[in-house]
Design a protein around this ligand. Structure first.
Ligand code: PLP
Length: 391
């Protein structure tokens, strides 16, 4: 199935205004996502927040089915959160790792996740061990298997890092984790919405995702998947009247599904917007999206490589939508500002976002141009032209 790009662009109001190559930051939502979220807010304003939630229960609850379809999960394995970091932290905190427990992670690990490892290392004495990369930059699964011992309490990696086109072999990592019976947490923040995901095939126990990036949902939304078999043994650090029921003066019961990780209060308009965004992605087709973003990403890299003074920095045997580069004599911020003056949105990456990888490759910063399926070849030309004209 190929994508009707002109139709997708016509359905995306932002396409008429900007060339948006910042989809790894926050994508442009389709009109249907705007309509769902704004319409819901308007309903709340005239009918009342609680009354609207009651009237729209079915619409809101449909997000669990939609997210389950997206991830190859069951609806009861999904919790809706307000960001990928929140989802990731909820999973990480539920693990109760302690003194001497080893966390195996990857060089391209995301800054916020690594800060959480460091925090736990300081507080509880967990040990962080970084698995080496293959020659092409992915986590080396053979090395990972050799590092397993009975002190490993968690394997935790990103699927696609924040700072490049790399795709880590999530399913191969899953096979190692599952064979050893070690919990496996996958940060899929940059991959969900970009490529097909099947949690059963990957074999992860936990997966975190965000709404605003490749899913094109509203800001302030995220998803957490937790495998059914482990769910009931996990007690969230924070429980309210939604995650648990106060059944007797001295007793509460935790709900059985993944929504035990949610709180009762939620931005319902954003939740409905995210549901609409997920359904939109599913209708476009994740296979087709992945094919197109890989092709556009490769096209942008190729254009940039022909420009004097430009170095493309993406690693990985398979490369996706995130394109990173530097321009001699210009800081990443200067490049971003020049593109911005031409109504082209890109972002920059600083070492703190992925310090082990950035320092390992001697990178003090990068320009990050991230494509999505609604971008066009002409937009890539326009981006390359501005970069080529930098003085
Ligand atoms: C790889 C990766 N993980 C996690 C996050 C955090 O996502 P959020 O800002 O939704 O918490 C990001 C954000 O850029 C990311 O790139």
């Amino acid at each position: 199935m190929s994508i009707d790009v002109q139709k997708m662009r016509a359905e995306t109001p932002g396409c008429a205004r900007v060339i948006h190559l910042n989809n790894a930051g926050c994508s442009l939502p389709p009109q249907s996502v705007l309509d769902a979220a704004i319409g819901y807010l308007e309903d709340e304003a005239v009918a009342g927040g609680y009354e609207t939630a009651e009237a729209r229960t079915e619409d809101l609850d449909a997000i669990y089915e939609s997210a389950a379809t997206l991830l190859g999960a069951e609806p009861g394995e999904i919790a809706v959160t307000d960001s990928a970091t929140r989802a990731w932290d909820l999973a990480f905190d539920s693990l109760q790792l302690g003194e001497g427990d080893r966390i195996l992670t990857t060089t391209s690990e995301y800054g916020a996740n690594y800060i959480a490892y460091l925090q736990l290392a300081q507080r509880s004495g967990v040990v962080i061990d970084v698995v080496p990369d293959t020659a092409t930059g992915e986590i080396d699964v053979t090395a990972l298997a050799e590092m397993i011992d009975d002190r490993v309490g968690l394997i935790s990696i990103n699927h696609i890092p924040t700072n490049g086109g790399l795709v880590n072999p999530a399913a191969e990592v899953g096979r190692v984790a599952n064979a050893a019976g070690i919990p496996y947490l996958l940060d899929a923040c940059q991959s969900v919405g970009q490529l097909p995901i099947d949690v059963k095939e990957i074999g992860c126990d936990y997966l975190s995702a965000t709404g605003r990036k490749f899913l094109r949902g509203p800001r302030g939304t995220g998803l957490l998947y937790i495998r059914r078999e482990i769910l009931e043994d996990l007690e969230p650090a924070v429980l309210d009247l939604w995650g648990a029921t106060w059944v007797a003066p001295d007793r509460y019961e935790v709900r059985r599904d993944a929504r035990r990780f949610e709180l009762w209060e939620m931005n319902m308009a954003a939740k409905l917007g995210l549901r609409t965004a997920i359904d939109y992605s599913l209708a476009v087709g994740l296979g087709a999206i992945w094919e197109r973003v890989q092709s556009l990403g490769a096209g942008l890299r190729q254009r940039l490589r022909t420009i004097d003074g430009v170095t493309v920095h993406d690693v990985g045997a398979v490369q996706g939508a995130i394109v990173t580069f530097n321009v001699d004599g210009h800081s990443p911020d200067e490049v971003r500002a020049a593109l911005r003056r031409a109504d082209i949105n890109v972002s920059t990456v600083t070492p703190g976002s992925a310090r082990l990888d950035m320092e390992g490759r001697g990178l003090s910063g990068l320009v990050r141009a991230s494509v999505h399926y609604f971008n066009t070849e002409a937009e890539l030309d326009a981006c390359a032209e501005v970069v080529a004209r930098l003085e």
